[in-house]
Design a protein around this ligand. Sequence first.
Ligand code: AMP
Length: 305
Amino acid sequence: MPIKLVTTVADLHAESARLLTGKRGTSQGLVPTMGALHEGHAALARAAVGQNDVVVASIFVNPLQFGDATDLDRYPRTLDADLALLEAQGVDLAFAPAVEEVYPGGEPLVRITSGAMGEKWEGVSRPGHFDGALTVVAKLLHYGIPGTGLPAGEGAEGGLPAYRAYFGQKDAQQLALVRRMVADLNFPVDIVGVPTVRSADGLALSSRNRFLSDDEREAALVLSRALRLLEERAKAREPLDLESALAMVESHPLVSVDYFDVVDPGTLEPLAENCRETPFRGEALALIAAKVGPVRLIDNMPLSS
Ligand code: AMP
């Protein structure tokens, strides 16, 4: 079926209701994105299409989560290609609202606060980023609640359809914060995390990769190599020896590390003992952020033994 583009919340609800009625409305999936879509986003869309009767992908570059106006202006906008990619995965509806549709009264006075978990790691160099991101995710999760446009009594056996939203493990801190927001504030949605999609040489796909020169792209591979090294050490129940992995990344002249650490996947607190002499046991998450030339990249790897 061709994808349908809607730009208003009213049309989103009407179209979703039409599709849910036709499909007896057992489930709806939401895939929030900022556009400039690549295979990583396609994996989210495919996961959603595989698990739901109706799938909505949103495309919205959220001004609230950009500290810097030039960064916001520079963000790539590729709507036609995005729609083609989403249609190829079987997404039913693309919701691409204007800024005024999402923030009709200007910037919201009341926002989601990400708290201490949003102030570390990415939050250090991007103050306010996660408050802005969670605020728009909260709004998108509300817009996407299935059944909003259905007549009373429609939907799965008269009840509301199931509701799932899909986020990439690539943005591990965002995923952890969204899970906490949904749990702490009782949002009626299941959050599904999708593993990071990488190019064959290991580089995590990102809309920022297009800003890397050939040399920088080559240099950026050291991030995923270092993460893989930790993954192997964790699997082998060896000490992670984070210092040697860090030295490997820092030895590259084009790469400047912002942070590289091993944390608890739920709280994002560092797991100091696992990094040095102790053999690794259990579950953890390795996080890295670095500037490669002028481009800031993030990556991470779940560790388990
Ligand atoms: P963005 O458009 O960058 O805000 O990303 C939208 C969603 O796609 C987020 O949940 C990201 O975590 C996810 N995503 C971005 N890159 C990847 C990737 N390489 N693999 C899996 N998911 C990704």
